[in-house]
Design a protein around this ligand. Structure first.
Ligand SMILES: Nc1ncnc2c1ncn2[C@@H]1O[C@H](COP(=O)(O)OP(=O)(O)OP(=O)(O)O)[C@@H](O)[C@H]1O
Length: 552
């Protein structure tokens, strides 16, 4: 990690000679062909097409050229603040299936919702300020269910706006912040949103803040610091909404520093993850603590395997089940392909070859473990790939936050991560996802590749597979096929892996380092960093001298 931190904003040279045989063999590989067909000859200096992004003005011109597809362009004069957002293409409508007793009818426009339900004007105004003019399929069908105080199980593909589907009706039903209430008996948290990772909770919190701007809502992203201030009952009684991971919340609850009996709305985002073995005991305890009668519960995910769905339906009362598109199938907006890379040592040269061709940054690369993510990021940096970042659960909170923020600001071109970023994260500009290590399940595959192709945009997903991944290939190939892409016949003819075998998918034992040959020591890293710095300083000095000589 040391070397990576020292070098990640710089870079060294990829030795093509050292990787020559592998490099040559890759020249005809499918990954190369697909890259070049969508290539951008010049990589932009900075990428400011993210929500929440703030990028230096001078570098933006080259970006604009690359993203002419957007209908609303950023037009900036030097020094002028930019508040306009690049509008995404219109969201596609998908097939909607609704099941349950007395299913509320869909609302095709936000205007229709306004007529049917009592929505606070400020919330509607914020909705339009956020640029949401038409509801997506899950919003048209799911929002009325929540507006009509029904429980909901919603399954909708990645990037289709599930967050807004629950935030908008919940905020509307809460009506006004507790701080605006004259009634002293009205106190205590009224809505709770659970998410499996801190990053996702943070993102939901941001979205919630955007929708509530202009009023004094108290929306708390639960952390060690906020948990401490909420230990004071007078403070926590004024909180409207809490957004948290289960673990963080449960420790406060168990310590008697939080009551959940005033919760009226409870959402499990990424429900199948929250109801899996790792989180289930904590989630069950939280559900038990949310004892208010008439509480509304909703579960959301892009994937909900049958046995988890059964569990989810049990915690809901007389629910409506909504399925958008085909269950457990990624959107056809994400073009998907499989790339054969023989064995683990061949993956690094394959990825380097991929990244040395023109590619569409930012790219998200998924590995199977924290050490491998660190090792891969280091290797990319040492091989001259610019603007590489790394994110996994082993980093400090600050490091994780900084990395997400660099990604949002377009400063990261290649982000190497683990499963921690696979769910829910909305980096709108992600053009390509590379599964460096084979996913561990169909769900993992769908969520990982779902980091691209969001909000109606197109994306691309490449999955590396080795001989060891062969037995599980067919499972993923079937998903690709279902989404409307072609898969070589020989893969489809492979035997179907047994249930037992599927459980072992992606759990191949892999070394912690992606390049066993290299051992980067601290001293080497520092030497390299100083060399790069020295060369940069010399360049700057030469430019200064030249400018001075021309304009003394
Ligand atoms: N009605 C809308 N019109 C345009 N964009 C929208 C709309 N609703 C949501 N979006 C945008 O779509 C993107 C994806 O939304 P969101 O993150 O809620 O997707 P999701 O379905 O929860 O995805 P995932 O399954 O990966 O968590 C966000 O950038 C959001 O701002």
């Amino acid at each position: 990690m040391e070397a990576f931190q020292l070098l990640s904003r710089g870079g060294a040279q990829f030795s093509k000679d050292r990787f020559q045989p592998a490099f040559q063999s890759l020249k005809t590989s499918p990954s190369k062909q697909s890259t070049s067909s969508e290539s951008h000859p010049d990589l932009p200096l900075a990428l400011n097409f993210f929500k929440y992004a703030q990028v230096e003005q001078g570098k933006r011109k080259s970006v604009e050229k690359d993203f002419e597809v957007s209908s609303k362009k950023r037009r900036l004069d030097a020094g002028q603040e930019d508040h306009e957002e690049v509008s995404p293409p219109p969201m596609h409508r998908h097939r909607i299936k609704m099941k349950g007793l007395n299913v509320p009818s869909q609302a095709d426009t936000f205007g229709e919702m306004k007529e049917r339900y009592d929505i606070p004007p400020q919330l509607l105004s914020n909705l339009s300020k956020c640029g949401y003019s038409h509801p997506t399929s899950i919003q048209s069908s799911g929002m009325p269910v929540l507006f009509e105080s029904r429980d909901l199980a919603a399954i909708s593909p990645t990037g289709t706006g599930k967050t807004l589907s629950y935030l908008f009706p919940i905020l509307s039903k809460l009506g006004y912040p507790l701080s605006a209430s004259q009634d002293p008996t009205k106190k205590g948290v009224r809505a709770l949103i659970l998410a499996p990772t801190r990053e996702l909770a943070h993102q939901i919190h941001n979205e919630c803040l955007r929708l509530t701007q202009g009023r004094k809502w108290r929306i708390v992203l639960f952390s060690k610091a906020t948990a401490n201030s909420l230990a004071n009952k007078a403070v926590r009684d004024k909180v409207d909404i809490i957004i948290s991971t289960p673990l963080r919340l449960i420790s406060s609850y168990q310590g008697g520093k939080l009551e959940l009996n005033s919760i009226q709305h409870l959402v499990l985002d990424e429900a199948d993850r929250l109801l899996d073995r790792e989180f289930l005991p904590q989630v069950q305890e939280i559900l038990g603590a949310c004892s208010s009668s008439g509480i509304q519960k909703a579960v959301f995910s892009a994937t909900l395997p049958a046995e988890i769905e059964k569990l989810a339906l049990k915690i809901l009362h007389n629910p409506i089940r909504v399925v958008i598109g085909m269950k457990d199938t990624p959107l056809p907006l994400i073009s998907q392909s499989l790339t054969y890379v023989a064995d683990d040592p061949s993956k690094l040269p394959s990825l380097l070859a991929y990244l040395l061709q023109p590619y569409n940054p930012p790219v998200l690369v998924f590995t199977s473990s924290q050490p491998r993510a660190t090792s891969l990021a280091e290797e990319l940096v040492l091989n001259g790939i610019s603007n590489v970042d790394c994110l996994h659960a082993g980093l400090t909170r600050k490091e994780r936050e900084d990395t997400v923020s660099r990604m949002r600001q377009g400063q990261s071109w290649v982000l190497v991560s683990t499963e921690v970023l696979a769910r829910g994260m909305d980096f709108q500009g992600v053009r390509e996802v590379i599964n460096y290590d084979f996913p561990t399940s169909v769900q993992s595959y769908i969520h990982r590749i779902g980091r691209t192709g969001r909000a109606g945009r197109e994306g691309k997903a490449v999955t590396f597979f080795t001989d060891e991944d062969g037995p599980y290939l067919k499972t993923i190939a079937n998903v690709i096929l279902q989404s409307g892409f072609t898969v070589p016949d020989w893969i489809l003819k492979l035997p179907k892996p047994s249930k037992m075998k599927r459980k072992q998918m992606g759990k191949v034992k892999r070394p912690d380092v992606v390049n066993a040959v290299r051992r980067v020591g601290r001293r080497d890293a520092i030497k390299l960093r100083d060399m790069i710095k020295g060369s940069q300083c010399r360049q700057i000095r030469q430019t200064d001298l030249k400018t001075f000589a021309e304009n003394p």
